[in-house]
Design a protein around this ligand. Sequence first.
Ligand SMILES: [Ca+2]
Ligand SMILES: [Ca+2]
Length: 129
Amino acid sequence: MSLDGFVVADNGHASNDQLIKATGSGAHVAGFGFAAADGIYNLKLGYYDESDGQAQLQVLVNGEIIDSFVWDADAGSAIVDSTSYAERELTAIALNAGDLLELSGTPNGGEPLRIDFLEYVFVDDLPVV
Ligand SMILES: [Ca+2]
Ligand SMILES: [Ca+2]
């Protein structure tokens, strides 16, 4: 995984006790190569929608934006804990081995884009063309 502006931080609330967060203002990108088999996948992003900011995040595949959303639920606390934890699901995403997946976002206020995980679940084979 390449982290441009993100750092890995230890936090007991996160899975594996680790998460990534932005280190400053402006755009940040975390990217990694998709290493599993070609197919249709559902993606699930675990992150922390804190109450003291409205960060913005895009999910890209090979540079194409497939999702963009603002962290404006602000339902939980202003820090990382179980009340600020949120999930975003993207369904039926076609992925090929070697695709570049990127999380590109801008922190806001006291919300530094704390992301716990991005997982993918195989749904189906790619359609035959
Ligand atoms: Ca928020
Ligand atoms: Ca905060």
